[in-house]
Design a protein around this ligand. Structure first.
Ligand SMILES: [Zn+2]
Ligand SMILES: [Zn+2]
Ligand SMILES: [Zn+2]
Length: 138
């Protein structure tokens, strides 16, 4: 069984061709994917709505998380382990490389604790650091 199929099974999701293909894209990428990357990766026989719904389902099931990019774009990346209770258990830094344009999860780098004024409830945190990644620094 491929790891994509295994992940769908573990998350209680029905196996469909597009779910498996989208998941395969994430499993083979080592950086976050934008909606357009996924469209290009899948080819023309997948429509935008199906891809959108698939991403939505994966977000809800804790398989992928949102990566806020610069300029207001959204990318998505695999959760290292399935997030069963919201995505706040892995609040890590994201790094956007100005040279290759790719955004990577720095899973080991946690977002420092931030205390909010009274009356504010935190739902999610995003921290994007921009610079040059280790591949481009060689
Ligand atoms: Zn997550
Ligand atoms: Zn780079
Ligand atoms: Zn991430």
């Amino acid at each position: 069984m491929s790891s994509a199929v295994q992940t769908l099974k573990n998350s209680g999701l029905r196996h469909t061709g597009s779910r498996e293909e989208v998941l395969d894209l994430f499993l083979s990428a080592d950086h976050a994917l934008a909606h357009s990357d996924i469209e290009h990766g899948l080819g023309p026989d997948h429509d935008r709505v199906t891809i959108y719904r698939t991403l939505r389902t994966f977000l809800d099931k804790g398989i992928i998380h949102k990566v806020l990019d610069d300029e207001g774009g959204t990318k998505y990346a695999l959760c290292r382990e399935t997030c069963t209770d919201g995505h706040h258990q892995h609040e890590h830094v994201h790094f956007k490389c100005e040279t290759c344009g790719q955004t990577t999860c720095l899973d080991e780098v946690h977002i420092p604790a931030v205390s909010l004024p009274q009356g504010y409830n935190r739902k999610e945190m995003n921290l994007l650091i921009q610079g040059v990644c280790s591949d481009c620094n060689k």
